[in-house]
Design a protein around this ligand. Structure first.
Ligand code: AMP
Length: 279
């Protein structure tokens, strides 16, 4: 695996070697786990060159404490990526990504950024759009791999790609989970062993909501799931059942052939965990 830290070097290499190759790109913030590796594996199946980036993007952290505590495990990440067969790793500094003359892209997100995560993390999606656009501009991949785990992020990046008519195909990958159901996340490392075990409740609540579908309306299901999540130590921030395109709450279950998705954010041991499940 080749490792690049500057835009100039990785562009130079890609300009010389990427011709005729299908480039798959997996942007990450490091502290890699099996969820990230599942994206790499999908890229390896579909592309002839797989590029991963590790960049903890300050622009998307609305909470300075969250940024300071974000796990950084560079050595272990490099080992995992090399084992997974990643071809190139891009590991830039903040100055490389945001030079002094950097101009952020302007995208109308049509309100997709104002609900759920956007409501609770002001400015978060402006930061996500900024970094993903910049990374796509540098790597110029054919395919971009992102996880369903960050459903709202995926929806917003899809909108950005459509609106700017960017020549990249966005591929969504399923959520990798721990054996007891907790969605894998870099932030899980901040939980105690006990907290990590208890956190399976989040996925249980998402599945419980699904079982309520025949008898409860979406708002009733939301209320029942929030109740289920209000256990000692757990502080649910939201539980919403939304249309996956508009991210607006649904009041009725969709007709056959259409789906909706339950999304939740829950605080546990000072760590904010998100998850979702299609209903
Ligand atoms: P992050 O490093 O958290 O910014 O995540 C980088 C990419 O990996 C994003 O596209 C995430 O949606 C994806 N990802 C994170 N966790 C998981 C997971 N448990 N399963 C699948 N993809 C994931």
């Amino acid at each position: 695996m080749l490792i690049f830290t500057t835009v100039r070097e990785i562009r130079h290499w890609l300009d010389r070697h990427a011709d005729q190759r299908t480039i798959g790109f997996v942007p990450t913030m490091g502290a890699l786990h099996e969820g990230h590796i599942s994206l790499i594996e999908k890229s390896k199946l579909e592309c002839s060159l797989t590029v991963c980036s590790i960049f903890v993007n300050p622009a998307q952290f609305n909470d300075a404490r969250d940024l300071a505590l974000y796990p950084r495990t560079y050595e272990a990440d490099v080992t995992l990526l090399a084992e997974s067969g990643t071809d190139l790793l891009f590991f830039p500094s903040v100055e490389e990504i945001y030079p002094h003359d950097f101009v952020p892209v302007n995208v109308d997100l049509g309100g997709l950024d104002l609900v759920m995560e956007g409501l609770h993390r002001p400015g978060h999606f402006a930061g996500v759009v900024r970094v993903v656009h910049r990374l796509l501009d540098i790597i110029r991949p054919n395919k971009l791999y992102m996880g369903q785990k960050d459903l709202q992020q995926f929806t917003i990046i899809r909108r950005m790609i459509e609106q700017l008519a960017m020549p990249v195909q966005l591929i969504i990958c399923p959520i990798a989970r721990e054996p007891h159901g907790l969605a894998m996340s870099s932030r899980n490392r901040r939980l105690s062993a006990e907290g990590r075990a208890k956190a399976g409740l989040i996925y249980q609540a998402l599945l419980f909501g699904k079982t309520k579908k025949p008898t409860f309306s979406p708002p009733e299901t939301m209320a029942a799931c929030l109740e289920k999540l209000r256990q000692p130590g757990f502080n649910p921030e939201y539980f919403e059942i939304v249309d996956p395109e508009t991210l607006q709450p649904v009041n009725q279950w969709p007709e056959a052939g259409r789906s909706c998705v339950a999304c939740t954010a829950v605080w546990l041991e000072g760590v904010r965990l998100i998850d979702n499940e299609f209903y």
